[in-house]
Design a protein around this ligand. Structure first.
Ligand code: SAM
Length: 324
Protein backbone atom coordinates (compact mmCIF):
# COMPACT_ATOMS: atom_id res chain seq x y z
CA UNK A 1 0.00 0.00 0.00
CA UNK A 2 1.24 3.44 -0.90
CA UNK A 3 0.14 6.76 0.54
CA UNK A 4 -0.70 9.47 -1.93
CA UNK A 5 -0.16 13.13 -1.10
CA UNK A 6 -3.86 13.99 -1.06
CA UNK A 7 -5.19 13.64 2.46
CA UNK A 8 -5.93 9.95 3.08
CA UNK A 9 -5.43 9.00 -0.58
CA UNK A 10 -4.21 5.49 -0.96
CA UNK A 11 -3.39 3.11 -3.71
CA UNK A 12 -3.34 -0.65 -3.50
CA UNK A 13 -1.56 -2.72 -6.10
CA UNK A 14 -4.51 -5.11 -6.38
CA UNK A 15 -6.94 -2.24 -6.97
CA UNK A 16 -4.69 -0.74 -9.65
CA UNK A 17 -4.44 -4.13 -11.34
CA UNK A 18 -8.23 -4.40 -11.23
CA UNK A 19 -8.53 -1.23 -13.33
CA UNK A 20 -7.39 -3.47 -16.14
CA UNK A 21 -10.47 -5.71 -15.84
CA UNK A 22 -12.53 -2.57 -15.98
CA UNK A 23 -10.84 -1.38 -19.17
CA UNK A 24 -11.32 -4.77 -20.87
CA UNK A 25 -14.98 -4.91 -19.82
CA UNK A 26 -15.61 -1.42 -21.20
CA UNK A 27 -13.81 -2.19 -24.46
CA UNK A 28 -15.99 -5.29 -24.85
CA UNK A 29 -19.09 -3.19 -24.24
CA UNK A 30 -17.93 -0.98 -27.16
CA UNK A 31 -17.34 -4.01 -29.36
CA UNK A 32 -20.80 -5.39 -28.62
CA UNK A 33 -22.44 -2.11 -29.58
CA UNK A 34 -20.43 -1.82 -32.80
CA UNK A 35 -18.17 1.09 -31.80
CA UNK A 36 -14.94 -0.79 -32.34
CA UNK A 37 -13.85 -4.05 -33.89
CA UNK A 38 -11.87 -6.33 -31.64
CA UNK A 39 -12.22 -10.09 -32.10
CA UNK A 40 -10.08 -10.86 -29.07
CA UNK A 41 -11.08 -8.77 -26.06
CA UNK A 42 -14.01 -11.08 -25.20
CA UNK A 43 -11.52 -13.82 -24.28
CA UNK A 44 -10.32 -11.60 -21.43
CA UNK A 45 -13.67 -10.66 -19.91
CA UNK A 46 -15.45 -12.98 -17.52
CA UNK A 47 -18.68 -11.07 -17.09
CA UNK A 48 -20.03 -8.92 -19.89
CA UNK A 49 -21.49 -5.61 -18.79
CA UNK A 50 -23.29 -3.13 -21.00
CA UNK A 51 -21.90 0.35 -20.36
CA UNK A 52 -23.83 3.62 -20.66
CA UNK A 53 -23.57 5.40 -24.04
CA UNK A 54 -21.28 8.09 -22.60
CA UNK A 55 -18.82 5.47 -21.36
CA UNK A 56 -18.93 3.66 -24.70
CA UNK A 57 -18.24 6.90 -26.54
CA UNK A 58 -15.36 7.72 -24.17
CA UNK A 59 -13.73 4.32 -24.69
CA UNK A 60 -14.30 4.60 -28.42
CA UNK A 61 -12.39 7.89 -28.57
CA UNK A 62 -9.62 6.49 -26.36
CA UNK A 63 -9.32 3.50 -28.69
CA UNK A 64 -9.59 5.62 -31.85
CA UNK A 65 -6.85 8.10 -30.92
CA UNK A 66 -4.38 5.39 -30.00
CA UNK A 67 -5.26 3.43 -33.12
CA UNK A 68 -4.81 6.46 -35.38
CA UNK A 69 -1.44 7.29 -33.87
CA UNK A 70 -0.25 3.71 -34.05
CA UNK A 71 -1.17 3.64 -37.73
CA UNK A 72 0.67 6.91 -38.31
CA UNK A 73 3.72 5.32 -36.72
CA UNK A 74 3.40 2.00 -38.55
CA UNK A 75 2.90 3.82 -41.87
CA UNK A 76 5.95 6.05 -41.39
CA UNK A 77 8.26 5.49 -44.34
CA UNK A 78 11.55 3.89 -43.36
CA UNK A 79 13.59 0.84 -44.34
CA UNK A 80 13.99 -0.07 -40.70
CA UNK A 81 11.95 -2.54 -38.71
CA UNK A 82 9.64 -1.08 -36.08
CA UNK A 83 8.78 -2.07 -32.55
CA UNK A 84 6.08 -1.35 -29.98
CA UNK A 85 6.60 -1.40 -26.22
CA UNK A 86 3.49 -1.29 -24.05
CA UNK A 87 4.02 -0.50 -20.35
CA UNK A 88 1.14 -1.61 -18.10
CA UNK A 89 -0.39 -3.34 -21.13
CA UNK A 90 -3.04 -5.16 -19.11
CA UNK A 91 -5.35 -7.23 -21.32
CA UNK A 92 -4.89 -4.96 -24.33
CA UNK A 93 -5.33 -6.91 -27.57
CA UNK A 94 -3.72 -4.54 -30.06
CA UNK A 95 -0.99 -7.05 -30.96
CA UNK A 96 -3.56 -9.65 -31.98
CA UNK A 97 -5.54 -7.14 -34.01
CA UNK A 98 -2.45 -5.86 -35.82
CA UNK A 99 -1.50 -9.46 -36.65
CA UNK A 100 -4.97 -9.99 -38.14
CA UNK A 101 -4.61 -6.86 -40.20
CA UNK A 102 -1.16 -7.92 -41.41
CA UNK A 103 0.49 -4.77 -40.04
CA UNK A 104 2.07 -5.97 -36.78
CA UNK A 105 5.58 -4.62 -36.28
CA UNK A 106 8.57 -6.89 -36.14
CA UNK A 107 8.50 -6.87 -32.33
CA UNK A 108 5.66 -6.16 -29.86
CA UNK A 109 6.57 -6.19 -26.15
CA UNK A 110 4.02 -6.00 -23.33
CA UNK A 111 4.92 -5.53 -19.65
CA UNK A 112 2.73 -5.55 -16.55
CA UNK A 113 2.65 -6.85 -12.99
CA UNK A 114 3.07 -10.62 -12.75
CA UNK A 115 -0.50 -11.06 -11.44
CA UNK A 116 -1.74 -9.57 -14.71
CA UNK A 117 0.73 -11.21 -17.12
CA UNK A 118 0.06 -14.63 -15.55
CA UNK A 119 -3.65 -14.28 -16.23
CA UNK A 120 -2.99 -13.00 -19.73
CA UNK A 121 -0.54 -15.85 -20.44
CA UNK A 122 -3.10 -18.41 -19.21
CA UNK A 123 -5.81 -16.98 -21.48
CA UNK A 124 -3.47 -16.86 -24.49
CA UNK A 125 -2.51 -20.48 -23.83
CA UNK A 126 -6.13 -21.53 -23.53
CA UNK A 127 -7.52 -20.09 -26.75
CA UNK A 128 -6.12 -21.29 -30.07
CA UNK A 129 -7.35 -18.08 -31.76
CA UNK A 130 -4.82 -16.18 -29.61
CA UNK A 131 -2.12 -18.85 -29.55
CA UNK A 132 -1.98 -19.16 -33.31
CA UNK A 133 -1.17 -15.44 -33.63
CA UNK A 134 2.13 -16.02 -31.84
CA UNK A 135 3.69 -17.98 -34.67
CA UNK A 136 5.90 -21.06 -34.35
CA UNK A 137 8.32 -21.70 -31.47
CA UNK A 138 6.36 -19.73 -28.89
CA UNK A 139 6.78 -20.45 -25.20
CA UNK A 140 3.98 -19.77 -22.73
CA UNK A 141 4.37 -20.04 -18.96
CA UNK A 142 1.47 -18.96 -16.81
CA UNK A 143 3.52 -19.76 -13.70
CA UNK A 144 6.18 -17.26 -14.75
CA UNK A 145 3.63 -14.94 -16.36
CA UNK A 146 5.52 -15.05 -19.65
CA UNK A 147 4.80 -15.45 -23.32
CA UNK A 148 7.80 -15.42 -25.60
CA UNK A 149 7.69 -15.73 -29.38
CA UNK A 150 9.69 -14.14 -32.18
CA UNK A 151 7.35 -11.23 -32.69
CA UNK A 152 5.54 -10.95 -29.35
CA UNK A 153 6.78 -10.92 -25.78
CA UNK A 154 4.74 -10.58 -22.59
CA UNK A 155 6.76 -10.32 -19.39
CA UNK A 156 6.18 -9.51 -15.72
CA UNK A 157 7.74 -6.50 -14.05
CA UNK A 158 6.98 -3.65 -11.71
CA UNK A 159 7.84 -0.82 -14.11
CA UNK A 160 8.75 1.45 -11.18
CA UNK A 161 11.98 -0.55 -10.97
CA UNK A 162 13.77 1.27 -13.77
CA UNK A 163 16.89 -0.90 -13.51
CA UNK A 164 14.73 -3.95 -14.24
CA UNK A 165 12.96 -2.03 -16.98
CA UNK A 166 16.34 -1.38 -18.52
CA UNK A 167 17.21 -5.09 -18.27
CA UNK A 168 14.03 -5.79 -20.26
CA UNK A 169 15.64 -4.28 -23.34
CA UNK A 170 18.12 -7.15 -23.55
CA UNK A 171 15.71 -9.78 -22.30
CA UNK A 172 13.08 -8.93 -24.93
CA UNK A 173 15.66 -8.13 -27.64
CA UNK A 174 14.30 -4.65 -28.18
CA UNK A 175 16.74 -2.63 -30.28
CA UNK A 176 16.74 0.93 -28.87
CA UNK A 177 18.07 2.33 -32.14
CA UNK A 178 14.98 1.20 -34.12
CA UNK A 179 11.82 3.30 -34.44
CA UNK A 180 9.78 2.53 -31.33
CA UNK A 181 6.27 3.38 -30.19
CA UNK A 182 5.89 3.28 -26.40
CA UNK A 183 2.34 3.01 -25.05
CA UNK A 184 1.26 4.03 -21.55
CA UNK A 185 -2.54 3.97 -21.60
CA UNK A 186 -3.95 4.85 -18.17
CA UNK A 187 -0.84 3.65 -16.35
CA UNK A 188 1.61 6.37 -15.29
CA UNK A 189 -1.06 8.40 -13.49
CA UNK A 190 -1.27 5.60 -10.88
CA UNK A 191 2.44 5.94 -10.07
CA UNK A 192 4.07 8.50 -7.84
CA UNK A 193 5.62 11.38 -9.79
CA UNK A 194 9.21 10.30 -9.09
CA UNK A 195 8.57 6.92 -10.75
CA UNK A 196 6.91 8.56 -13.75
CA UNK A 197 9.86 10.93 -14.15
CA UNK A 198 12.32 8.04 -14.04
CA UNK A 199 10.39 6.01 -16.60
CA UNK A 200 9.86 8.91 -19.01
CA UNK A 201 13.50 9.99 -18.57
CA UNK A 202 14.81 6.46 -19.01
CA UNK A 203 12.87 6.09 -22.26
CA UNK A 204 14.14 9.47 -23.51
CA UNK A 205 17.78 8.48 -23.08
CA UNK A 206 17.32 4.94 -24.39
CA UNK A 207 15.19 5.40 -27.51
CA UNK A 208 16.50 7.98 -29.97
CA UNK A 209 13.79 7.48 -32.61
CA UNK A 210 10.59 7.04 -30.68
CA UNK A 211 7.11 8.19 -29.78
CA UNK A 212 6.06 7.98 -26.11
CA UNK A 213 2.24 7.91 -26.02
CA UNK A 214 0.41 8.66 -22.80
CA UNK A 215 -3.34 8.68 -22.19
CA UNK A 216 -4.60 9.70 -18.76
CA UNK A 217 -6.57 12.06 -16.53
CA UNK A 218 -6.05 15.83 -16.12
CA UNK A 219 -7.74 18.78 -14.40
CA UNK A 220 -8.15 17.45 -10.83
CA UNK A 221 -9.11 20.79 -9.33
CA UNK A 222 -12.63 21.56 -10.57
CA UNK A 223 -15.79 19.89 -9.29
CA UNK A 224 -15.78 17.16 -11.94
CA UNK A 225 -12.08 16.47 -11.34
CA UNK A 226 -12.55 16.22 -7.59
CA UNK A 227 -15.40 13.75 -8.03
CA UNK A 228 -13.40 11.68 -10.54
CA UNK A 229 -10.54 11.44 -8.05
CA UNK A 230 -12.84 10.61 -5.16
CA UNK A 231 -14.46 7.80 -7.14
CA UNK A 232 -11.11 6.23 -7.92
CA UNK A 233 -9.80 6.72 -4.38
CA UNK A 234 -12.84 5.00 -2.96
CA UNK A 235 -11.83 1.96 -5.03
CA UNK A 236 -8.26 2.12 -3.67
CA UNK A 237 -6.67 3.48 -6.84
CA UNK A 238 -5.52 6.98 -6.10
CA UNK A 239 -4.19 8.96 -9.04
CA UNK A 240 -0.84 9.47 -7.36
CA UNK A 241 0.58 11.39 -10.32
CA UNK A 242 -2.19 13.83 -11.05
CA UNK A 243 -1.04 16.77 -8.92
CA UNK A 244 2.40 16.74 -10.50
CA UNK A 245 0.95 17.05 -14.02
CA UNK A 246 -2.56 18.49 -13.64
CA UNK A 247 -2.68 20.42 -16.96
CA UNK A 248 -1.85 19.94 -20.64
CA UNK A 249 1.13 22.28 -20.32
CA UNK A 250 2.52 20.26 -17.40
CA UNK A 251 2.16 16.99 -19.34
CA UNK A 252 4.23 18.54 -22.15
CA UNK A 253 6.77 19.76 -19.59
CA UNK A 254 7.05 16.24 -18.18
CA UNK A 255 8.40 15.05 -21.52
CA UNK A 256 10.59 18.07 -22.27
CA UNK A 257 12.12 18.14 -18.77
CA UNK A 258 12.97 14.46 -19.06
CA UNK A 259 14.82 14.97 -22.33
CA UNK A 260 12.29 14.36 -25.12
CA UNK A 261 12.89 16.62 -28.15
CA UNK A 262 9.25 17.57 -28.72
CA UNK A 263 6.03 17.16 -26.77
CA UNK A 264 2.35 17.79 -27.45
CA UNK A 265 -0.70 17.39 -25.21
CA UNK A 266 -4.37 17.79 -26.17
CA UNK A 267 -7.45 17.03 -24.15
CA UNK A 268 -9.88 14.42 -25.42
CA UNK A 269 -12.55 16.97 -26.26
CA UNK A 270 -10.24 18.59 -28.78
CA UNK A 271 -9.05 15.20 -29.98
CA UNK A 272 -12.61 14.07 -30.60
CA UNK A 273 -13.45 17.31 -32.41
CA UNK A 274 -10.27 17.80 -34.43
CA UNK A 275 -8.39 14.50 -34.76
CA UNK A 276 -10.72 11.52 -34.83
CA UNK A 277 -11.93 10.79 -38.36
CA UNK A 278 -15.20 12.45 -39.20
CA UNK A 279 -16.62 9.38 -40.97
CA UNK A 280 -15.93 7.30 -37.89
CA UNK A 281 -17.66 9.86 -35.67
CA UNK A 282 -20.68 9.94 -37.99
CA UNK A 283 -20.86 6.17 -37.82
CA UNK A 284 -20.60 5.80 -34.05
CA UNK A 285 -22.85 8.74 -33.25
CA UNK A 286 -25.71 6.77 -34.82
CA UNK A 287 -25.21 3.70 -32.68
CA UNK A 288 -27.01 4.76 -29.50
CA UNK A 289 -29.32 7.47 -28.32
CA UNK A 290 -27.09 10.14 -26.81
CA UNK A 291 -28.13 13.33 -25.10
CA UNK A 292 -25.57 13.80 -22.33
CA UNK A 293 -23.65 16.51 -24.17
CA UNK A 294 -22.83 18.64 -21.15
CA UNK A 295 -21.44 15.70 -19.22
CA UNK A 296 -19.63 14.43 -22.31
CA UNK A 297 -17.79 17.75 -22.67
CA UNK A 298 -16.84 17.80 -19.01
CA UNK A 299 -15.66 14.21 -19.03
CA UNK A 300 -13.57 14.64 -22.17
CA UNK A 301 -11.89 17.72 -20.71
CA UNK A 302 -10.59 15.49 -17.91
CA UNK A 303 -8.68 13.06 -20.12
CA UNK A 304 -5.84 13.77 -22.45
CA UNK A 305 -3.26 12.35 -24.78
CA UNK A 306 0.28 13.61 -24.47
CA UNK A 307 3.23 12.38 -26.49
CA UNK A 308 6.93 12.91 -26.54
CA UNK A 309 8.94 12.56 -29.74
CA UNK A 310 12.61 11.76 -30.20
CA UNK A 311 13.44 12.00 -33.85
CA UNK A 312 17.15 11.56 -34.46
CA UNK A 313 16.49 10.15 -37.93
CA UNK A 314 13.93 12.78 -38.97
CA UNK A 315 11.07 10.31 -39.49
CA UNK A 316 8.32 11.98 -37.49
CA UNK A 317 7.85 15.46 -38.99
CA UNK A 318 4.31 14.61 -40.04
CA UNK A 319 3.49 12.55 -36.95
CA UNK A 320 0.80 13.49 -34.46
CA UNK A 321 -2.03 15.97 -34.15
CA UNK A 322 -2.52 18.54 -36.91
CA UNK A 323 -0.14 21.44 -36.44
CA UNK A 324 -1.67 24.81 -35.59
N1 SAM B 1 -3.04 -0.23 -20.77
C1 SAM B 1 -4.17 -1.14 -20.62
C2 SAM B 1 -5.41 -0.58 -21.27
O1 SAM B 1 -5.49 0.64 -21.43
O2 SAM B 1 -6.31 -1.35 -21.61
C3 SAM B 1 -4.45 -1.41 -19.15
C4 SAM B 1 -4.79 -0.17 -18.37
S1 SAM B 1 -5.14 -0.47 -16.66
C5 SAM B 1 -6.10 0.93 -16.34
C6 SAM B 1 -3.60 -0.12 -15.84
C7 SAM B 1 -2.59 -1.24 -15.99
O3 SAM B 1 -1.32 -0.76 -15.54
C8 SAM B 1 -2.93 -2.47 -15.15
O4 SAM B 1 -2.87 -3.62 -15.93
C9 SAM B 1 -1.86 -2.44 -14.06
O5 SAM B 1 -1.54 -3.72 -13.58
C10 SAM B 1 -0.69 -1.78 -14.79
N2 SAM B 1 0.29 -1.18 -13.87
C11 SAM B 1 0.06 -0.18 -12.99
N3 SAM B 1 1.18 0.06 -12.27
C12 SAM B 1 2.12 -0.80 -12.73
C13 SAM B 1 3.48 -1.04 -12.36
N4 SAM B 1 4.06 -0.36 -11.39
N5 SAM B 1 4.15 -2.01 -13.03
C14 SAM B 1 3.56 -2.73 -14.01
N6 SAM B 1 2.27 -2.53 -14.39
C15 SAM B 1 1.56 -1.59 -13.75
Amino acid sequence: MERGHRGGAHSSTAAVQATNDDAATSKLSCVNKGYIKDDYVHFFVRKQIRRAPIINRGYFSRWAVLRKMLLQFLNTQTDERKQILSLGAGFDTTYFQLQDEGIAPHLYVELDFKEVTSKKAAIIEHYSQLREKLGPDSLISKEKGEVVSNNYKLLPIDIRDVQKLDDMINITQLDPSLPTFIITECVLIYLNPASTHSIVGWAATKFSTAIFFLYEQINPDDAFGEQMIKNLESRGCALLGINATPTLASKERLFLDQGWQRAVAWDMLRIYDEFIDIEEKRRIERLELFDEFEEWHMMQEHYCVAYGINDRKGLFDAFGFPKE
